[in-house]
Structure formats: structure tokens, C-alpha cells
Write a protein that binds this ligand. Structure first.
Ligand code: AP5
Length: 222
């Protein structure tokens, strides 16, 4: 039986965290905990929380730490996270990384932190061409993968749209915030001996194979 894992994915916006996290979660049979997906679901549900989150996300700003931390700690406390988790998009600031340590204090901590490496010009191309299904979240790309019927999702027939934060202004802001608030976490985890750096170029399957090998080697299971 495949062992579980407690893994964090770091990497710029568009590095492929969401894509790889969903493959990894299936591979290790653990939940894929994506703060971006959690927030988009809350936005779809409406209500005050959704409206508050949308105002930050559309502008490419970070959601305040206390709110993010509360939602993630609650999520990691559910029974399906006992076997482990793949964290995608969290932590993104030093206070979030410290809160994660604290939340895992009474159980086993994070085993590995992957930094997916992709140059800026590639992430810009991936994000500006990205289209998503408004209903099921399936990903498409203007240059590489269009839905068979224009504007309709192949998987569920939902509307295929551009994410509100994939505009040039919001992408620029998200990348600036990554450099300022999130990139310092690379050293934070390197100093703890948890960091694994993986080249994020190539097809999603090529990146996945590389990533699993690197993680298994890091854990001494390869
Ligand atoms: P979130 O949804 O996490 O967005 P993000 O960080 O901007 O990341 P992306 O989804 O844009 O990129 P990704 O690295 O996941 O790449 P993906 O696999 O999708 O967060 C959205 C917002 O929520 C934030 O801006 C913030 O406001 C808020 N938020 C979330 N977490 C927060 C936190 N902890 N604290 C505060 N605020 C928070 O791939 C991108 C594209 O590239 C796709 O089209 C994909 O198909 C394509 N692609 C992927 N891999 C490859 C490949 N190997 N080759 C070619 N194309 C590829």
C-alpha cells in the first residue's frame, strides 16, 4: 500500500502547484488542500465571507492571515487528513508557516516542502492563456488546450471563463506579492532541511514523475 504523506507545495503563481497537487493527492491517497479552491468555493456560495474573499482575490491581494489560518487549521483537523495532506497555496507568509507548525505540534509535522521552479515568462504565458470551467474548475488554455465546443467545458458542460485574477494587473500584483511574502519561505524551509527543489518545466506528467522521485528520495523511500 502507498504510504500517506504530509507535503507542502511552494512555487510562483502558474508554476503548476494546483495541477501537481491534484496528481499527488490521488497518488498518495490524501486530501488536496488548496486555499485558492476553498476560497473560490466560498465565493460561489455567496454570503458575506465569499464577498470579502472575492474583493482580495480579484485584486490579486493576499487574504488576511488570521482568516486563512482559521480555515486551514479547521480543514487539517478533519479525519480524512489523518493520513496526510498535500497543501497547495498555503503557507504563503511567515505567520502562516508558523501557524502550520503550531497546528501540527501535537501530531507529525510536514515531511517535505517542494519548490516548483518555473521562469517568469512561462508563468505569465500559462496564466494569461488559462481558462477554467466556472462549475467544475477544469483547466483549459488558449494556446494549448481549448474545449471541444467553444466556451463549454468538456467534462461537465459548464461555462469556460477567464479567472477574475488572471488579468495582467492582478497577475503582476500576485507575482510581486509572491516575491515579497512567499519567496522567503524557501529559505525558512531550507534551513529546516525540508526543501526539495523541482524543475517545473515539461509536460504535467513529466513534472509529476520528477516530483515523486525527488520527494521519495528526500524521504529515503526511493
Ligand atoms: P490560488 O488559486 O492558489 O492561485 P495562485 O497562487 O495564483 O496559483 P495558480 O492557481 O494561479 O497557479 P498554480 O501554481 O496552482 O498553477 P496551476 O496548476 O493552476 O490563489 C488565488 C488567490 O487566493 C490568491 O491570489 C489570494 O488572493 C488567495 N489566497 C490563496 N491562498 C492564500 C493564502 N495562503 N494566503 C492568502 N491569500 C491566499 O497551473 C497554471 C496554468 O498552467 C494552468 O492553466 C495549467 O493547466 C497550466 N500548467 C500547469 N502545469 C503545466 C505544465 N507542466 N505545462 C504546461 N502548462 C501547465
Amino acid at each position: 500500500m502507498i504510504p500517506g504523506i504530509r507535503l507542502v507545495l511552494l512555487g510562483k503563481q502558474g508554476a503548476g502547484k494546483g495541477t501537481q497537487a491534484s496528481y499527488l493527492a490521488r497518488h498518495y491517497v490524501v486530501p488536496h488542500v488548496s486555499t485558492g479552491d476553498m476560497f473560490r468555493e466560498a465565493v460561489r456560495e455567496g454570503a458575506d465571507l465569499g464577498r470579502e474573499l472575492k474583493s482580495y482575490m480579484d485584486a490579486g491581494e493576499l487574504v488576511p492571515d488570521d482568516l486563512v489560518i482559521r480555515l486551514v487549521v479547521e480543514r487539517l483537523g478533519r479525519p480524512d487528513a489523518d493520513r496526510g495532506f498535500v497543501l497547495d497555496g498555503f503557507p504563503r507568509t511567515r505567520p502562516q508557516a508558523e501557524a502550520l507548525d503550531q497546528a501540527l505540534d501535537s501530531r507529525d509535522g510536514v515531511e517535505a516542502v517542494v519548490n516548483l521552479l518555473v521562469p517568469d515568462d512561462v508563468v505569465m504565458r500559462r496564466l494569461s492563456g488559462r481558462r477554467v470551467c466556472a462549475d467544475c474548475g477544469a483547466n483549459y488554455h488558449l494556446e494549448e488546450r481549448l474545449p471541444r465546443e467553444e466556451g463549454r467545458c468538456d467534462q461537465c458542460g459548464g461555462r469556460v471563463v477567464q479567472r477574475d485574477d488572471d488579468t495582467p494587473a492582478a497577475i503582476a500584483r500576485r507575482l510581486a506579492l509572491y516575491a515579497e511574502a512567499t519567496a522567503p519561505l524557501v529559505d525558512f524551509y531550507r534551513e529546516r532541511g525540508l526543501l526539495v527543489e523541482v524543475d517545473g518545466l515539461g509536460t504535467p506528467i513529466e513534472v509529476f514523475d520528477r516530483l515523486v522521485k525527488a520527494v521519495e528520495t528526500r524521504l529515503g523511500r526511493a
